[in-house]
Design a protein around this ligand. Structure first.
Ligand code: PLP
Length: 451
């Protein structure tokens, strides 16, 4: 059965565009995760909860740009703030007031952030947070969960989406580079820990305690779909890192400003030493950043007895586009709406309706499926195995997931993208009627792949 047939038939113009794109860019896409079979489709218009492709097909959007679109596409407040800022002042590489206002708001909203620096993506955020923590501790080693994605720089591309052969024993996962082009020596600067496994996490951290600068970890491991923290895992990690003097960095690139106004740390009541954020903080524009305790962020400043321009004795953080006024305007407008309207109540209620509904329709169809979600974010695993640890996700049938995704896309709903390791979202503009329509599309797609 060819599960991409319907999608192909509906998207002839996208197919042509993809051929054109493949001439000028590898895989025909600007970011590897946009590449999938049969070919990506090209969006021409976005509005609220929907995107429309170049062939005129409209899709109910739950991909939502991989997370940033928390208020719906083209939210009028965000769009008008962007336009007004672009007309008032564009990039100057001198500080602008709009960036201060945005940073003040981030500090006000985020429990762990006393001081903050802005960047342009989650990748930059985690890269600079790691450097700052290394500077603060004088140690090189960082720990991260196996299977977790924390950005596209070398230090984060370790033990990401690997299989059993590569990762080795589940008690002591190997450190393995994701893809080629990463120097072997980088592997010596990262150790992998098993998420949700307190005993083995503790063993790894204690063994390397003297060399560790930081643990960088997602509050909910959405980079492997949706692994919820269990049995007080984060409380345990908070205590242990405090005891061992290891900087605890929460990578809230995915969860920041999405799981609540105080992000996942507010929702779970655990305060890390440092936090990274991006995605929802910019409402669709390029925002990233990292922050934390004043004492740690002080690593970015030279010691008091040295000149302000003397950067040799401090951790460097710079960037032409940092605090871009248009991004800050978009971010500030987004945070305004998040603070002043019942956005979280709405997206969580839509999340419950969608993810509970997906489990129900899959059960009705008789397909073994395990739906996991927190608030407005979740994933459908094509297995009835429990989903607790990263290695549990290996039980899911990723081919069946991709087929289900393609059938649903052809039916008019985008449940993220076709990778089983991804996750998808609800947004402020989703209505109950749209969720119910999406569920009916999902049910048809479950039926198509149930054989
Ligand atoms: N950290 C996490 C947890 C992420 O999910 C991602 C991206 O999906 C990143 C970091 C990197 O962010 P970006 O794609 O903005 O570079």
């Amino acid at each position: 059965h060819d599960h991409s047939r319907r999608l192909r038939e509906q998207t002839p113009k996208s197919e042509q565009l993809h051929e054109r794109a493949a001439e000028v860019t590898p895989l025909g896409v600007e970011s590897n995760v946009r590449s999938f079979d049969p070919y990506p489709f090209y969006v021409e218009e976005t509005s609220g909860s929907t995107v429309t492709d170049i062939d005129g097909n409209e899709y109910l959007d739950f991909l939502l740009a991989l997370g940033p679109i928390i208020l719906g596409h083209n939210h009028p407040d965000v769009t008008s703030a962007v336009k007004a800022q672009a007309e008032r002042a564009d990039l100057t590489a001198t500080p602008q007031r709009i960036a201060i206002e945005f940073m003040e708001r981030i500090v006000e909203m985020t429990p762990s952030i006393e001081q903050v620096r802005l960047a342009n993506s989650g990748t930059e955020a985690t890269m600079h947070a790691i450097r700052t923590a290394r500077s603060y501790t004088g140690n090189d080693l960082i720990a991260k969960p196996e299977g977790g994605y924390a950005g596209a720089h070398d230090y984060a591309l370790m033990s990401v989406y690997a299989d059993e052969e590569a990762l080795g024993p589940k008690e002591r996962p190997n450190t393995v580079s994701y893809g080629t082009g990463i120097p072997d020596v980088v592997e010596d600067t990262v150790v992998a820990i098993p998420f949700n496994d307190k005993e083995n996490t503790e063993a790894v951290l204690r063994e390397h305690a003297d060399d560790l600068a930081a643990v960088i970890i997602e509050p909910v491991m959405f980079s492997a779909g949706c692994l919820k923290p269990q049995d007080g895992y984060h409380e345990f990690l908070r205590e242990l890192t405090e005891e061992l003097d290891i900087v605890l960095i929460w990578d809230e690139v995915m969860t920041g400003f999405r799981l609540g106004p105080a992000s996942a740390q507010g929702r779970f009541g655990v305060t890390p030493d440092m936090t990274t954020f991006a995605k929802a903080a910019g409402g669709g524009y390029q925002v990233g950043g990292f922050g934390g305790k004043r004492e740690i962020m002080a690593e970015i400043e030279p010691p008091e007895d040295e000149d302000a321009e003397s950067w040799h004795s401090s951790a460097f953080h710079g960037g032409t586009y940092n605090g871009h006024p248009v991004s800050c305007a978009a971010g500030l407008a987004t945070l305004d709406v998040l603070q002043n309207e019942d956005v979280y109540e709405h997206i969580d209620r839509m999340g419950e309706r969608l993810f509970e509904g997906l489990q129900e329709v899959a059960d009705d169809v008789g397909l073994p499926v395990n739906v996991q979600y927190v608030g407005s974010m979740g994933q459908v695993y094509m297995t009835d195995h429990e989903i607790r640890h990263y290695r549990d996700t290996w039980h899911a049938n990723s081919e069946q997931y991709a087929d289900w995704w393609r059938e649903a896309a052809a039916g008019g709903a985008l449940f993220g993208n076709p990778m089983q390791s991804e996750r998808f979202f609800t947004t402020y503009t989703h209505s109950e009627e749209e969720i119910d329509r999406a569920l009916s599309i999902a049910e048809d797609a479950f039926n198509e792949v149930n054989h």
